[in-house]
Design a protein around this ligand. Structure first.
Ligand code: SF4
Length: 341
């Protein structure tokens, strides 16, 4: 078995705030192999982005990170110094952020920002850095790349800026790229282009890709595996096709109900939704974290925290319901969750 590009176990993040301690990430296990795309899916506030920032060593200073293991290409990063994280970021691991306008420095030309990354991590001349930057801008399909190198971020469209971010992530040929909602700030046609570009690059280079999104529709045809997060925990994970064909956790089911199905959803038909909002994550969980929003909630769900368990080959779920998907009343989604307590 080859060493995974990323191997994370028991990742927790705690953030002290005025009156309490927030626990937005409650013990995440995540493995990514070379050439694999793993999608982390969930609503805003489920802990996806903080999980990514923890893996990148980019948590805010006030946050406390604990883990059983964070290994990047076999190197243990538990307790790594800030200096070591800085050496790895942009080199072995890179991140594509949601909004390139805020991720790029508005005061520097594209070419200068790209060259700086290369010269931080590689001993290259200014002309070699420029050549490499041009090569990458070409690779990500930016027209007139020589001209773009001399421009500032505000002179580019949103789609071009995101292509620049992808080119910057690829500069040092990283082993792993984390793309955090890389298409959310773009319009629909550009979204499709960017996703296709990411998929092609991943296929060509064999890097590991972690794709963070709130949209299950985005991961179809893109991801090998799906990890569904809710309330800082993994509530379901498995092969992409398995999870999309047979979502077992009620939260995943709710996410699936909220996207149109080509050929099935009729024009004007109201899409499903999950009632309520993601609760603020504080204290230890003493029952299922999804209980207040779950249409199938019953007394057993409140008896204690729910463990992640096997539900088929490589398929895991954190729920007391039968793993064969039986015993669910589909009309339950039209009612408010039962008061199970
Ligand atoms: Fe719903 Fe209970 Fe399953 Fe939680 S454990 S998701 S409340 S059925």
């Amino acid at each position: 078995m080859t060493t995974p590009v990323l191997d994370v176990a028991g990742l927790k993040v705690e953030i002290p705030v005025a009156d309490t301690i927030l626990r937005p990430v409650r013990g995440i296990d995540l493995t990514v192999h070379r050439g694999e795309t793993v999608a982390i899916v969930g609503e805003s506030g489920c802990g996806k982005s903080l999980t990514a920032l923890a893996i990148m060593g980019l948590l805010p200073r006030s946050a406390r990170l604990t883990s059983d293991r964070i290994d990047l290409t076999g190197e243990s990063l538990s307790g790594a110094s800030h200096r070591r994280w800085r050496q790895l970021r942009g080199d072995k691991i890179a991140m594509i952020f949601q909004d390139p306008m805020t991720a790029l420095d508005p005061c520097y030309r594209i070419g200068d920002q790209m060259s700086e990354i290369l010269r931080q991590h590689r001993k290259v001349s200014a002309s070699a850095a420029r050549e490499r930057s041009l090569e990458l801008l070409n690779k990500v399909g930016i027209p007139s790349p020589e001209e773009r190198l001399g421009q500032f971020p505000h002179q580019l469209s949103g789609g071009l800026r995101q292509r620049v971010m992808i080119a910057m992530a690829l500069l040092c040929e990283p082993e792993l790229i984390i793309a955090d909602e890389p298409t959310t700030a773009l319009d629909v046609t550009i979204q499709a282009q960017i996703l296709r570009l990411l998929r092609d690059i991943q296929r060509d280079t064999g890097i590991g890709l972690v794709l963070i999104t709130h949209d299950l529709g985005v991961v179809a045809g893109m991801a090998d595996r799906i990890v569904v997060m809710y309330g800082g925990e993994i509530v379901e994970s498995g092969a992409c096709d398995d999870v999309l064909a047979k979502a077992l956790h009620p939260y995943t089911e709710g996410l699936m109900r909220s996207i149109p199905v080509p050929g099935e959803t009729k024009a004007g038909e109201t899409l499903g939704f999950i009632p309520g909002v993601v609760p603020r994550q504080t204290g230890d969980l003493t029952r299922c974290g999804f209980l207040e929003r779950c249409p199938y909630a019953h007394v057993r769900c409140a008896e204690g925290p729910i463990a992640l368990r096997g539900a088929g080959e490589g398929h895991m779920m954190r729920c007391v319901l039968p793993a064969d998907g039986s015993g669910r009343d589909p009309t339950a989604w039209t009612r408010q969750p039962e008061a199970a307590l």
